[in-house]
Design a binder for this molecule. Structure first.
Ligand SMILES: *Cc1c(COP(=O)(O)O)cnc(C)c1O
Length: 372
């Protein structure tokens, strides 16, 4: 549906990707389960769905929804990793140079170290907080801001200006921020990539990835890549993600408010080190985040010194699930070093859920008190 551009966030989320109202039909139609569809006996027609690797009404509605929030044309993928690796492999050619975040999602660095290097690509790593290398001769640069898990923030518009001058394609991983937190395309990026698995879908029940761009040639290349590799989400996951989008603003608002209270509480304790939250005044990311981001996500990181102390803390909490991933309605915490992330042994990434703030603060405080 076409909407006035001035609707606010929650209205946009509720309306995103809904079809025109049809009497007797649901507001958000359910998932269409199909691999092949009936064809006209005379053969396939361009405006008819034929095979679900290419064509899916459920997927198109979700793409319309995410595209409207990010401000471009969207392709959804089976996971964030399939979207990111699809972008890298469809754009980069042997001999090209790419710049990736030194402190971003670690599987992307692992993929670069194995597959990209083996294909004769030069991979440079740049810290999210800068300084940023000159991009002359770089085919594709990927930013991730705020970076997961360290939560440094990068000035997208500043890097976009450098990329434009150098003729470098700029991609931004918007997973942690979500399209309500910042709009990389409006800040000058060429393509947004994200994992919908995290806050976007937000219920810890599905995997999803997406790419959004206004560059038609790039969109065509990415669509061809997806059609040929088949990295599409199933109908039920696509529908579930679309249903979940309606509450994105509500969920982020509470997660962000919880994170503000939790970060302040953690920073006030003498037994917690290295508290990071880009919305915390005094945080190294605060100034850029305040300028660039429309809201700060619910993820807070801190250091409890050792794996044993993190385990005691988690056992002492009743509302905090030990789980990887983040952005869900339930508060979760993850000791990132256990997965090979390049962080201290006691580094914790805490993802604030939508529980009541006072309950969460009391629970975390009890967990810390009991952790020694
Ligand atoms: C989780 C994550 C990914 C990968 O997404 P999956 O859906 O797990 O494949 C990519 N980038 C960031 C920043 C992430 O947090």
């Amino acid at each position: 549906m076409d909407h006035p551009a001035d609707y606010q966030d929650s209205t946009r989320c509720v309306q995103a990707g809904l079809p025109e109202p049809v009497p007797g039909e649901p507001l958000l139609p359910g998932p269409v389960f199909a691999a092949p569809y009936h064809l006209d006996p005379a053969g396939p027609a361009p405006d008819q769905d034929g095979y679900a690797r290419m064509d899916s009404p459920t997927r198109r509605r979700l793409e319309s929804a995410i595209g409207s929030l990010e401000g471009g044309d969207c392709l959804v993928f089976a996971s964030g990793q399939s979207a990111i690796t699809g972008l890298l492999l469809s754009v980069l050619r042997p001999g090209d140079t790419t710049v990736l975040p030194a402190d971003g999602y670690y599987t992307v660095r692992e993929f670069a170290a194995s597959t990209l290097r083996a294909q004769g690509l030069a991979v440079m790593l740049a810290p999210t907080a800068g300084p940023y290398p000159p991009l002359v001769g770089v085919r594709l640069a990927l930013l991730e801001t705020p970076a997961n898990p360290g939560l440094d923030v990068c000035d997208i518009a500043a890097v976009a200006a450098i990329a434009r001058a150098a003729g470098t394609l700029l991609a931004v991983d918007n997973t942690t921020a979500t399209p309500l937190g910042q709009q990389p395309l409006a800040l000058g990026a060429d393509v947004v990539v994200g994992s919908g698995t995290k806050a976007l879908a937000g219920h810890s029940d599905l995997l999803l990835g997406y790419l959004v761009t206004r560059n038609e040639a790039l969109l065509a290349r990415l669509r061809q890549w997806r059609n040929q590799t088949g990295a599409v989400p199933g109908a039920f996951d696509a529908w579930l993600a679309h249903r979940s989008l309606a509450t994105l603003d509500l969920r982020l608002s509470r997660q962000s408010a919880n994170a503000a209270a939790v970060a302040a509480m953690l920073a006030s304790r003498t037994d917690v080190d290295g508290v990071r939250w880009p919305g915390l005044p005094g945080d190294p990311s605060y100034a850029v985040a305040a300028r660039q981001m429309r809201r700060i996500p619910g993820v807070v990181s801190f250091d409890l010194g050792s794996a044993e102390r993190v385990a005691r803390f988690l056992r002492g909490c009743r509302l905090v699930a030990a789980a990887t991933s983040f952005g869900g309605v339930h508060t979760t915490a993850d000791r990132r070093a256990q997965w090979g992330d390049d962080v201290a042994e006691g580094f914790v990434r805490l993802s604030c859920g939508i529980e009541d703030t006072d309950d969460l603060l009391a629970d975390l405080s009890a967990g810390l008190d009991g952790a020694g």
